[in-house]
Design a protein around this ligand. Sequence first.
Ligand SMILES: NC(=O)c1ccc[n+]([C@@H]2O[C@H](COP(=O)([O-])OP(=O)(O)OC[C@H]3O[C@@H](n4cnc5c(N)ncnc54)[C@H](O)[C@@H]3O)[C@@H](O)[C@H]2O)c1
Length: 276
Amino acid sequence: MKDVMILTGAGQIGMAIARRMGYGMKIVVGDKKLENAQAIAKIMNDAGFDVVPMEMDLSSRESIMSLIAEAQKYGEISMLVNAAGVSPSQAPIEAILKVDLYGTAVLLEEVGKVIKEGGVGVTISSQSGWRMPALTAEEDELLATTPTEKLLKLPLLQPEKIRDTLHAYQMAKRCNEKRVMAEAVKWGKRGARINDIAPGIIVTPLAIDEFNGPRGDFYKNMFANCPAGRPGTADEVANVAELLMSDKGAFITGSTVLIDGGATSSYFYGPLKPQK
Ligand SMILES: NC(=O)c1ccc[n+]([C@@H]2O[C@H](COP(=O)([O-])OP(=O)(O)OC[C@H]3O[C@@H](n4cnc5c(N)ncnc54)[C@H](O)[C@@H]3O)[C@@H](O)[C@H]2O)c1
């Protein structure tokens, strides 16, 4: 039996983190598109990793439970990397809330019940949530602690309250940050840690869909005018994951780390600040 890593989302960010942290482990990778999971399983198995691909849908509790059951066949789950998600240009409001908000909450909850003593997890939110104005303390608490099956019924997530797909994505990513805080308390009871990474623009198929979508010019301007002056790479996100998931991050849990080349700073206090 080996220690097992669950990876959801067979995209560039997920693969970069799995390559950084998953050596010597069994890696069970779930993706809605089986071909994506198979593709990274092939790349990684050819490079000496031990990866099993699986079709799974993050928006379904049943599918999440099947993924966990599959992973447990190989050993104890000691790492979770949640890098599955849909972006504002890829899906309608309902799907974004179901996958990015509800699915992430269920995954953190269910893996938190079985994570090995001393285990670690990361989930991927987004800088996008940081540009949305603050919610009230009550709204934040509702996003953090509402039972998963009631989350999508919260008044602040109803269609009349969500302006567009970008707003849905921002709410989902804000919810990820809050869920990670609440889950860190539960994971801590098992000596386990869970953190969140909020990336800026990272060149992946998802980001390329955004560059070619209705907000393409906005995104291209964003990386050109952020302090770093360029988009980031998935391997740079893996640098942060390595800190959070290794012993060097032993005192870090319930945290969200922003890695955006300074785009958020520029949005508030620099050339990316929206003109009134
Ligand atoms: N790339 C960026 O610029 C960027 C910035 C901020 C946040 N993120 C977040 O990073 C995460 C990973 O994105 P990426 O950029 O690596 O994208 P990617 O497109 O390379 O990978 C995302 C993967 O998630 C899978 N997926 C989508 N819906 C799913 C579902 N319901 N169940 C299971 N799998 C599903 C897709 O099939 C795809 O393989 C996402 O949560 C995204 O919101 C990305």
